[in-house]
Design a protein around this ligand. Structure first.
Ligand code: RNT
Ligand code: ZN
Length: 425
């Protein structure tokens, strides 16, 4: 695949595009600047199929599943970090990196998940500082014998429940250490798969235990500039088709009462239900949101995120809300059937692209038309915007960020596959 456009050409075409946007009162220069500065948290687990460093060789349980066996999975911290660095070079804009607790590096020692410490992440923290890539964190309440019953914090067994509460407490301490190290709060996202395959007789009990467990966990205070707590709901998982303790309503209520941020994962709702409309509604009642961009496909919530209407509409709402400072943006999917670096890059470039499209929207004109009752004008503008020279601005954004323009990154991934990934098996 040959690289397509010279830098001169990109600048020339961008000049025309800029005029087209300026005619609608939009500064393309400003849109590029603002969009490049929005942090996108890239999920480490696409790099190794959600396996981690505890000695497992596949992901087991938790209602999620990775399928595929493409060669070149990262098997340790060194490999995962260098794969991520390579992917970062292909992705324009400010990046963060999100870890799960089982990416602890314990020097070969078995350390229980309830006993992990910030020190087990010192290599990650050093790397993060050196590369200026702030870290986010996730307790891992799945793929573990103590989670085999299908219940963790909502378990009726006090031993199981305590183990997982200790785990999540340990994770918040680690996240806060990340935050201190990097000077921006680490987002610590709690997602758990608790639920059941068939209709439970008692739906309330587990929800009470989850509510009380979270209360106890979150009542341990850390400085707000080191950690941002979030909780993530899900509609169903594999093995929890009938009932999920942490449903959307559960966490809507919980986050509103507790005043913490709510995580909306685009793959965690009914197939025709999308998250864009939830953003303005929830922002009235919670201090902010974390959005996991993924792609639901039939039973799976974790396909590689594409430049879909759902992604575009969510980014539109993020921009229109004027509350970008309250919204943390992340990717969350895992596909082991394709080159993993390409998977990262595709989703992350798409997301940045959708943000750019949103920031190029002539929102002021749309709102004015609406306020005048000229809804035909609003619709006409929205439709005309679809064919504005958006790709010229996207190419310019990539150029500006020092990231490959257009399809050039695909070749680069091929090169890395041949020189690095192919040697791993
Ligand atoms: C699963 C949730 C959760 C996980 C990661 C691995 O459906 O979306 O966020 O994908 O924690
Ligand atoms: Zn998610």
């Amino acid at each position: 695949m040959k690289t397509v456009i010279s830098n001169d050409r990109i600048e020339t075409v961008y000049g025309f595009a800029k005029e087209a946007y300026a005619a609608l009162g939009v500064s393309a220069d400003q849109a590029i600047r603002e969009v490049l500065a929005i942090p996108v948290s890239i999920h480490c687990w696409q790099g190794d199929d959600v396996v981690g460093f505890e000695g497992a060789d596949t992901l087991s349980g938790g209602g999620i599943l990775t399928t595929g066996n493409y060669p070149g999975r990262a098997r340790n911290g060194g490999e995962l970090r260098s794969d991520a660095e390579f992917a970062f070079s292909l992705i324009p804009g400010k990046k963060r990196f999100s870890l799960h607790s089982f990416y602890a590096e314990t020097g070969g020692k078995t350390v229980g998940r309830d006993k992990i410490e910030p020190g087990h992440f010192s290599a990650w923290m050093e790397w993060s500082k050196k590369k200026d890539i702030p870290l986010d964190f996730n307790p891992s309440l799945f793929a573990h014998p103590m989670a085999d019953s299908g219940y963790t914090i909502a378990s009726a067994d006090p031993k199981i429940r305590k183990f997982w509460m200790d785990h999540v407490k340990a994770c918040r301490k680690i996240a806060s250490a990340f935050g201190e190290n990097q000077g921006t709060p680490a987002v610590d996202n709690i997602w758990l798969a608790d639920g059941s395959k068939d209709y439970p007789a008692d739906r309330l009990g587990p929800r009470e235990r989850l509510r009380d467990g979270l209360d106890e966990i979150l009542d341990v205070k850390y400085p707000a500039d080191t950690i941002t707590d979030t909780v993530e709901s899900k509609l169903f998982g594999i093995g929890s088709e009938a009932y999920v303790v942490g449903s959307h309503e559960f966490y809507m209520g919980y986050t509103a009462r507790k005043q913490i941020k709510l995580c909306l994962d685009t793959g965690h709702f009914h197939p025709t239900e999308t998250i864009a409309d939830k953003i303005s509604a929830m922002l009235l009642f919670v201090p902010g949101l974390l959005i996991h961009f993924s792609r639901g496909l039939r039973w799976d919530s974790d396909h590689v995120a594409t430049f879909s209407d759902e992604m575009r509409f969510a980014c539109q709402e993020i921009k229109r809300s004027g509350a970008i400072g309250k919204i943390d943006i992340a990717l969350d999917y895992f596909d082991a059937s394709i080159n993993r670096i390409a998977a990262w890059t595709i989703g992350a470039r798409n997301l940045r692209k959708a943000l750019l499209e949103a920031y190029l929207e002539p929102t002021r004109l749309l709102v004015e038309a609406e306020e005048k009752g000229k809804n035909h004008e609003r619709l006409a503008l929205l439709e005309e915007c679809k064919t504005l020279p958006f790709s010229a601005v996207w190419d310019k954004l990539c150029l500006e960020a020092g990231a490959p323009v257009s399809t050039a990154w695909i070749e680069a991934v091929d090169g890395y596959e041949q020189t690095v990934l192919a040697k791993r098996n």
